[in-house]
Ligand binder design. Structure first.
Ligand code: IPE
Ligand code: IPE
Ligand code: MG
Ligand code: MG
Length: 323
């Protein structure tokens, strides 16, 4: 996203870096403001970085240049805290040891601490929105997204070790676990900007969000770990069939027979990743994501021109990260 972000700053002006700075400060404050036991892990989760893609979407959905008001900051902070909470809990569910190149909260402090840290981040997010001018509507939007996220994570656990799931079910899972939060970021931005384009912006966010998850799943297969901050084939190791494998199974009968439970070591995962790659399934998955990004961009003409340009840059940035 980085290259595109600079171009976004050029179009959106100084307001964007100023807002991103305020958002960063506010998140740090909220994460640390609930006693030392949680502060360290919640604070580390926030300060470990991350691309801040969702806060950027909140800003741009509010307008380009965005209005520098507290409601916008609150919305962006809330969305990113929900994202952080989800990741902390996701790493418990996925048994992941690395996140953003660092040990996950569950790896560093165990399940109880990771559960509590995620809970704290969730609750801080909603408190942040509750104090804003758009409180009931904004809380409703984010709450619906967080609930769907939970459904998405449950769906993934329900499908664990089943390599035979179809594309439709996979896409629905991507929508639930990832795209609904992109949608919420755009809708909350629209609210904070006082505009009337919630539907357009929501549709844009959802399509780009599904594409984002597909590309993340492609990256899990391609690695390399230095780039992704997690081991290659991590999804396979926790029994998650994603689009690359779903497509590859149709192209290579030996992969169609693969029992995910037989993938036990990093070396096993690596070799399955290579077999998936050999089928050409990664290009097919990328194409699918590109088509979704294009369909997201199709709704943009309903928006003011500078906003169209900025959002299109972000959408392209999502793809470039994986080029
Ligand atoms: C990771 O999201 C989880 C997915 C939805 C694939 P990001 O890639 O936006 O995570 P950070 O915040 O930049 O680390
Ligand atoms: C994304 O799921 C996290 C959520 C949206 C809950 P993944 O499990 O695919 O993401 P990573 O690979 O852990 O970042
Ligand atoms: Mg995960
Ligand atoms: Mg997961």
């Amino acid at each position: 996203v980085t290259a595109g972000v600079e171009a976004v700053f050029e179009i959106g002006g100084e307001a964007i870096p100023r807002l991103m700075e305020r958002i960063e400060e506010r998140m740090g404050l909220l994460a640390r403001g609930y006693g030392p036991a949680l502060a360290r892990h919640a604070g580390d989760t926030i300060s470990a970085g991350g691309k801040r893609l969702r806060p950027l979407l909140v800003c741009l959905a509010a307008g380009v240049p965005p209005p520098e008001n507290d409601d916008l900051v609150r919305a962006a902070v809330a969305v990113e805290l929900v994202h952080g909470a989800t990741l902390v809990h996701d790493d418990v569910l996925d048994g992941s040891a690395l996140r953003r190149g660092r040990p996950t909260v569950v790896a560093a402090g165990g399940r109880r601490l990771a559960t509590a840290t995620g809970d704290l981040l969730f609750s801080r997010a909603f408190a942040e929105l509750a104090d804003g001018s758009y409180a009931p509507a904004a809380v409703r939007v984010l709450s619906a997204a967080a609930s769907e996220l939970a459904l998405g994570e449950l769906m993934q656990r329900a499908d664990a070790w089943d390599a035979s799931i179809g594309v439709e079910r996979y896409l629905e899972r991507c929508r639930l676990k990832t795209a609904v939060l992109f949608r919420a970021a755009c809708v909350l931005g629209a609210l904070a900007g006082g505009g009337s384009s919630e539907r357009t912006l929501g549709a844009f966010g959802e399509r780009v969000g599904v594409a984002f998850q597909i590309l993340d799943d492609v990256l899990d297969v391609t690695g390399p770990p230095e780039r992704t901050g997690k081991p290659r084939g991590a999804d396979l190791l926790d029994g998650t069939a994603t689009l690359p494998l779903i497509v590859a199974r149709e192209l290579d009968p030996s992969l169609a027979e693969l029992d995910l439970r037989s993938v036990r070591t990093a070396a096993d995962a690596q070799s399955v990743c290579e077999r998936i790659e050999a089928t050409g399934a990664l290009s097919a998955a990328r194409e699918r994501a590109l088509a979704l990004v294009a369909s997201g961009k199709e709704v943009l003409p309903a928006l003011p021109e500078r906003q169209q340009t900025a959002l299109a840059l972000v959408a392209d940035g999502v793809v470039e990260r994986y080029a």
